[in-house]
Design a protein around this ligand. Sequence first.
Ligand code: AMP
Ligand code: ZN
Length: 113
Amino acid sequence: MEECIFCKIVKGEIPAKRIYEDEDYLAFHDINPQAPVHVLIIPKKHIESLNAAGEEHRALLGGLLLVAKKVAAEMNLKKGYRLVINTGPDGGQEVFHLHLHLLGGRALAWPPG
Ligand code: AMP
Ligand code: ZN
């Protein structure tokens, strides 16, 4: 995926404020934060969206949630947080590399807009 912006971030070709990294995952601050804490957590492997994930990604998807929990703890989100996966046009997905939004640092409204 030559032109995928998140693959470029993984490769270090585009800068990002990285806050967590391991062999399979990367977390970095969203460039356009919607809350005091707005972090994106991605698998390093390019998967277009949740809809493109299959049974073979079961462990990778589970690991993504565990990384999110770890990052939330590191960001000191003791009062809670929200995880979001925008999927497809109605979901508001703009970047087609699977990512989890971690939002926190203020009380978040429900339902979302
Ligand atoms: P989504 O609408 O779920 O696809 O979310 C894409 C998110 O990626 C948006 O919140 C953008 O602000 C964010 N984003 C786009 N480009 C970058 C970048 N270069 N660094 C950090 N976040 C980005
Ligand atoms: Zn990608």
